[in-house]
Design a protein around this ligand. Structure first.
Ligand SMILES: [Zn+2]
Length: 269
């Protein structure tokens, strides 16, 4: 009996050591970037509400100044414990950085996961408190959704409940805007992100079908801000193959950061 308990304890120790080594492996890989043979980041683009208040050709006439074969990776609706770690592992494997538009409530429920996204070098933008359509709720509630979401994310990241975002990037749930909320965000210097290309990963399909769809759309567009959803298991599953495709077909990943003090290297060629 005692032996069995000891054996079980030993197996438990082995399992936790194994899990710890996986976690260390992922962060070690992230720490070893740039790394030979990986996709990597081609440059860092500073995004400023003064020059680009709204970006994304699906919704707006303007987008980011990307060159041919440059892409920006964005992931909405996290953090999500069952899938976000897989997305982070895929990004670390190829030494690329993305922008996550996170929802305030899950961010406050999984603050360690949110901090891990930031610690691995990704940019964290905002996506309301509980993801309603801001077009279909009273205007005052829409403002509350924006502010409470920002505040929850700031609290989880920096321990301060402020409605002034440290990264002034915002994406509307379902891209459903109103003139008043667009004006509000512009007046606060917050960049509104749409998208140029999406994987339609809200539709039921296999990871292989999603991979083909996004590759076809990217090749047709040639460049752009790509929208994925990190709580979607099919997206997490196809991401490693998609990043390898980018690496092997001459695409470059651009990392977005806000303008402001403390950012010294812009990596622009
Ligand atoms: Zn969303």
């Amino acid at each position: 009996m005692r032996r069995r308990t000891r054996t079980r304890k030993f197996i438990g120790l082995l399992a936790s050591a194994f899990l710890a080594s996986i976690a260390q492996g992922a962060s070690a890989r992230a720490a070893q970037c740039p790394r030979e043979g990986t996709l990597g980041i081609s440059r860092i683009l500073h995004v400023d509400a003064a020059t680009t208040p709204r970006v994304g050709l699906k919704e707006y006439p303007q987008t980011l100044p990307l060159w041919d074969h440059e892409v920006v990776l964005t992931f909405d609706d996290g953090p999500w414990p069952s899938t976000t770690p897989k997305v982070l592992a895929a990004l670390a494997e190829q030494c690329v950085r993305a922008t996550f538009f996170v929802i305030g409530k899950p961010a406050s429920e999984h603050p360690e996961l949110l901090r891990r996204i930031a610690a691995e070098g990704h940019t964290i933008g905002h996506h309301t408190w509980t993801h309603p359509s801001l077009m279909r709720i009273p205007p005052a509630d829409a403002v509350k959704q924006i502010d409470r979401g920002i505040s929850a994310v700031e609290m989880a990241l920096h321990g301060t409940a402020t409605t002034v975002p440290s990264t002034p990037f915002f994406r509307f749930p379902g891209f459903e805007t109103t003139p008043a909320t667009l004006d509000l965000l512009q007046s606060r210097g917050i960049v509104v992100f749409g998208a140029d290309i999406w994987a339609s990963d809200w539709n039921v399909m296999t990871p292989g079908q999603e991979l083909k769809l996004i590759i076809d759309r990217l090749n047709a567009a040639g460049r752009g801000i790509i929208l994925f959803h990190d709580p979607k298991a099919r997206t997490a599953a196809m991401l490693p193959a998609f990043l390898r495709y980018l690496r092997d077909n001459g695409y470059h990943v651009v990392h977005l950061v806000p303008t402001g003090p403390g950012v010294e290297f812009d990596g622009a060629p």
